[in-house]
Design a protein around this ligand. Structure first.
Ligand code: ADP
Ligand code: MG
Length: 484
C-alpha cells in the first residue's frame, strides 16, 4: 500500500512540525536579539552625541563668554563650530544650532534660520533645562541639547539633531539576516529529515510491500533473515503473527471437521434408532400374527383380520424403506433448467383430489418472468409435495393454502403458508428430526421435513419454518438463482 497524498506522510508531518518549531525559536531569538542590538546602538549613539555636544559646549560657552567680556571681537566663531559639526561623518547630524535663552537662533548650519525664534514644546523644554537633554521628536530623529552656561549665567543652548535612519537600517538588515538564517536552518532540517526518513522508511516500505504480497499459504515457520533493529523485530513479529494465524486457521478447520463429523454421527444415530424403532413395531405385530397362524387356532374371520394386519405392517415397513431409499439414493442432484411455477402446478395437481375433498382454497401469488433455476426437478417437486401434504393434513376443516414467490439478493424465495392447526411451540424445534411425527404411525412417517431439508440444503438453499398454534404455518424456502 502507498500513501497517495504526499502531505500525509510522516516525513511531511515531521518537516512541518520541525519547521514550525524552528520558526518559533528563531522568531523569539530574533526578537530578543534585535531589541538588544537596537538598544545597544541607541545607547552608543546617545553616548557619542552627548560626549560630542558636551565637549563642544565648553568651546561655545568660552567663545560667548569671551565675546561678552570683549576678549574676542570677531563674530563667526560659533558659526564655524556649527558648520564643523554638520560636516562630521561619524554621527549623521542633520541639524546643529545655537539658541539664545529665549529660543532665538544665534547660529545655525543653515544661515537662513538665523534670527528665527522657535516656540515649539520641544524647544521650550530644552531652553528651560539646565542639563543635557535627549528628546525624540519623531522616530527618525534624536534631539540632543545642552545648556551653554557657567554656574547660573546662561548664554543659550547648543542643539543638534541626529538621524536615526542608520539605526533603522541596521535593524532591518538584522531582521533580514535572521529570516535568511531561519530559512537556511529549515532547509537544512528538511534535508536531514529527508535523509533520516529514507533510512527509516525504506525498510518499512519494503516490509509493507512484503506484507501486501505474502500469501497465507506461504511456509512461514522459518522467517527470512532480518536485521537486528526495530524494523527487523517488526518483521519477525509479522511472520510470527502469520504463523499464529495459520495455526489458528488449521485449528479452526480441525474443530469444524470434528463438529460436522459429530453432527453427522448424531444424525446417523437418530436415524438408525428411528429406523429400528419404526420397523420393530410392525415386525413385532407380524411375528405375533405368524405365531397365531402357526398354532392354527384362528377362526376364518380372525385369519382375515390378521392377514389385513400383516399387510398393513408390511406396507408400513415398505413405506419407510422406500422413503429412506429415496433419500439414500439421491444425494447426487441432477440439475436441469427448471421452471418453478410448472413444478408447483404439477405438485399441486398430484394432490388435487385431497384439495377438492377438503375444500381448500389455493392462492398463488407468483410473478411473471421468474428466473429459470438449475435444479433437480424431481427432488424439488418432492419438496413441494411434502410441504403441501403437511399443509393439507393440518387443514382438516378446510382453509387457505397460499404459495408466493419473490426474488432478491440472488435468491428465489418461495413461501408456503396455510391456515391449519399450526405447531405447538415446544415441538417446533423437533419437526425436522427424522421420524418425528404427530400424526401417528398410520398417517405419518416423520420423514417429510427431514428429507425436504436435505434436498434444499444440497441445492445450496435454506428452509425455515414458523408457526402459531391454531393460526397456521409458514414455510420459507430460499434457493440460489445461480447454482454453485
Ligand atoms: N403445515 C404444517 N402444519 C402443522 N404441523 C406441521 C406442518 N408441517 C409439519 N408439521 C408438523 O411436523 C411434523 C413432522 O412433519 P413431517 O416431517 O412432514 O412428518 P409427517 O408429515 O410424516 O408427520 C408433523 O407431524 C407435524 O406435527
Ligand atoms: Mg409430512
Amino acid at each position: 500500500m502507498r500513501i497517495k497524498n504526499p502531505f500525509k506522510t510522516l516525513q511531511a508531518k515531521f518537516t512541518l512540525y520541525l519547521s514550525i518549531l524552528i520558526i518559533g525559536i528563531m522568531s523569539v531569538l530574533a526578537f530578543w536579539n534585535i531589541l538588544r542590538e537596537k538598544n545597544l546602538l541607541r545607547e552608543v549613539m546617545i553616548r557619542e552625541g552627548k560626549a560630542l555636544i558636551e565637549s563642544l559646549a565648553i568651546s561655545c560657552t568660552n567663545t560667548m563668554l569671551y565675546e561678552e567680556i570683549g576678549l574676542v571681537e570677531e563674530g563667526g566663531l560659533l558659526d564655524n563650530y556649527i558648520s564643523d559639526l554638520i560636516q562630521r561623518k561619524d554621527l549623521s547630524i542633520i541639524y546643529a544650532m545655537i539658541l539664545d535663552p529665549k529660543g532665538k537662533v544665534i547660529a545655525h548650519h543653515s544661515m537662513k534660520e538665523v534670527g528665527n525664534t522657535y516656540q515649539d514644546e520641544l524647544t521650550r523644554r530644552l531652553i528651560a533645562s539646565n542639563q543635557t537633554l535627549i528628546q525624540f521628536p519623531s522616530d527618525k530623529v534624536m534631539d540632543i541639547s545642552t545648556p551653554l552656561a557657567i554656574s547660573t549665567k546662561r548664554w543659550g543652548t547648543l542643539r543638534i539633531g541626529i538621524s536615526l535612519e542608520g539605526l533603522k537600517k541596521e535593524v532591518s538588515s538584522l531582521v533580514i539576516k535572521y529570516i535568511l538564517y531561519t530559512g537556511l536552518i529549515i532547509l537544512l532540517a528538511i534535508l536531514v529529515i529527508a535523509f533520516l526518513f529514507r533510512l527509516i522508511t525504506k525498510p518499512l516500505k519494503l516490509l509493507s510491500r512484503e506484507m501486501d504480497e505474502v500469501k497465507l499459504d506461504v511456509e512461514v515457520s522459518s522467517p527470512p533473515m532480518t536485521g537486528e533493529d526495530e524494523i527487523g523485530i517488526l518483521r519477525k513479529s509479522f511472520y510470527r503473527l502469520l504463523q499464529r494465524i495459520k495455526e489458528d486457521e488449521r485449528e479452526r478447520e480441525k474443530t469444524q471437521r470434528n463438529l460436522i463429523l459429530s453432527e453427522k454421527m448424531a444424525a446417523i444415530g437418530k436415524l438408525t434408532s428411528g429406523v429400528a424403532h419404526e420397523i420393530n413395531n410392525p415386525l413385532g405385530g407380524l411375528l405375533n400374527c405368524i405365531y397365531h397362524f402357526k398354532r392354527g387356532d384362528l377362526s376364518p374371520d380372525r385369519q382375515k383380520e390378521y392377514c389385513q394386519l400383516m399387510e398393513d405392517g408390511i406396507k408400513r415397513i415398505q413405506k419407510i424403506v422406500t422413503n429412506l431409499l429415496e433419500y439414500a439414493q439421491t444425494p447426487r442432484i441432477e440439475r436441469s433448467p427448471t421452471d418453478i411455477r410448472s413444478i408447483i402446478d404439477k405438485s399441486l395437481s398430484l394432490l388435487d383430489h385431497e384439495i377438492q375433498k377438503k375444500k381448500i382454497e389455493v392462492i398463488k401469488d407468483i410473478p411473471e418472468g421468474l428466473p429459470i433455476l438449475e435444479v433437480d426437478n424431481h427432488q424439488i417437486s418432492q419438496v413441494f409435495v411434502n410441504l403441501f401434504l403437511n399443509s393439507l393434513q393440518a387443514m382438516e376443516q378446510g382453509g387457505i393454502l397460499r404459495i408466493s414467490i419473490g426474488v432478491g439478493e440472488g435468491q428465489l424465495m418461495v413461501t408456503i403458508s396455510d391456515t391449519g392447526k399450526g405447531i405447538p411451540e415446544e415441538i417446533l424445534p423437533k419437526v425436522f428430526d427424522p421420524f418425528f411425527t404427530t400424526k401417528g404411525t398410520e398417517k405419518g412417517t416423520g420423514l417429510g421435513l427431514w428429507i425436504t431439508q436435505g434436498i434444499i440444503e444440497r441445492h445450496g438453499g435454506s428452509i425455515r419454518l414458523s408457526s402459531k398454534e391454531g393460526k397456521g404455518t409458514n414455510v420459507e424456502i430460499r434457493l440460489p438463482i445461480k447454482n454453485n
